[in-house]
Design a protein around this ligand. Structure first.
Ligand code: ADP
Ligand code: MG
Length: 301
């Protein structure tokens, strides 16, 4: 196969591992900086140019699109889909996963466990919004944050009110969420390929912190997940329409709850901790599924 990896940086661990895994299996790989792909949007022969050259002959695309380039990156992926090239994760599914509100609404429609979550727009409604999610302490989240930035724990009702008011005052939308205290600052990252969880790690926040993100100083260890957690992760991936993703779960008193689904999950932490060849599994998934014109819009919304 001829595989394109959409990535801004060849030297990133995940990109390097995907190149290595593809080449080991005898495939040809090219890393394309998504911001240097430009598009010819015609109905007869949609195309993509790259640094002056017409891109063609690719059998599959692996989009590794950073949160800061979601808009342009998904447009380029969509263009590959228009050209009949198979994309590992479809552009619509990536867009869905980048919006926390949209993702939660889709997951709730399928009855997947979620923390009680509220969303409002007007300062007048803040008081009832806080009641709705069960009062303080509660978690306030920006719709498009990553790496734990934009996630605030408001310990008291007063703090919650003033933080939400400040965001509204700046015209910034936030989600307000039940705080899952019993998770103890830990979450479970389930790495899904196709319809299987192929690796799972537990990330534990550092002392005095509730966010388990590695970027916020969290540490990871391998973990055995329950059958319920496994099926929650697989159903969440299916609902989002993602073939490869990281499903983050909190262990709550009322069972596993999904916090978010990441469409470009990093390989570094989870491969090191579990000693699994996840890059190899991703390439094998492409070998089994990448067929021209096979990409179709799945899921809804
Ligand atoms: P990001 O996209 O920035 O990673 P998340 O929604 O994943 O944002 O939240 C970051 C971290 O904060 C999570 O990994 C988890 O440890 C903690 N967290 C988020 N929401 C809750 C919650 N409702 N209850 C308890 N902890 C939470
Ligand atoms: Mg997260």
């Amino acid at each position: 196969m001829k595989i394109a990896i959409l990535s801004r940086n060849k030297s990133l661990y995940s990109t390097r591992r995907l190149i290595e895994a593809a080449e080991t299996r005898g495939h040809e790989v090219e890393v394309l900086d998504v911001l240097r792909c430009y598009m010819n949007i015609t109905s007869h022969r949609p195309g993509i140019h790259y640094k002056g050259r017409d891109l063609n002959g690719f059998d599959a695309v692996i989009p590794r699109i950073g949160a800061s380039v979601t808009f342009y990156g998904t447009a380029v992926s969509r263009q590959f889909e228009m050209m009949g090239v198979y994309t590992l994760n479809e552009s619509v599914a990536i867009s869905r996963s980048r919006d926390k509100l949209r993702s939660m609404q889709l997951l709730s429609r399928r009855g997947i466990g979620l923390p009680v979550t509220g969303f409002a727009n007007k300062p007048d409604d803040i008081s009832d919004l806080i009641e709705m999610v069960g009062g303080a302490p509660l978690v306030i989240k920006l719709l498009q944050g990553t790496q734990g930035i934009g996630v605030v724990l408001a310990e008291t009702r007063k703090a919650a009110e003033s933080v939400i008011q400040s965001f509204f005052g700046l015209n910034v939308s936030v989600l307000v969420q039940e705080y899952i205290r019993e998770a103890g600052g830990a979450d479970i990252r389930c790495f899904v390929v196709g319809d299987k969880v192929v690796a799972s790690i537990k990330r534990q926040a550092r002392e005095g912190e509730f966010r388990s993100n590695i970027h916020r100083g969290g540490t990871a260890t391998e973990v055995r997940i329950t059958p319920e957690e496994r099926s929650t992760a697989v159903r969440a991936a299916k609902t989002m329409g993602l073939n490869v993703c990281g499903v983050d779960i909190l262990r709550s008193n009322h069972g596993p709850v999904v916090m978010e689904v990441n469409s470009s999950p990093g390989l570094e932490g989870i491969e090191r901790v579990t000693q699994k060849d996840l890059a190899g599994l991703i390439i094998e998934f492409l070998e089994q599924n990448a067929r021209s014109g096979r990409t179709r819009t799945r899921g809804r919304g």
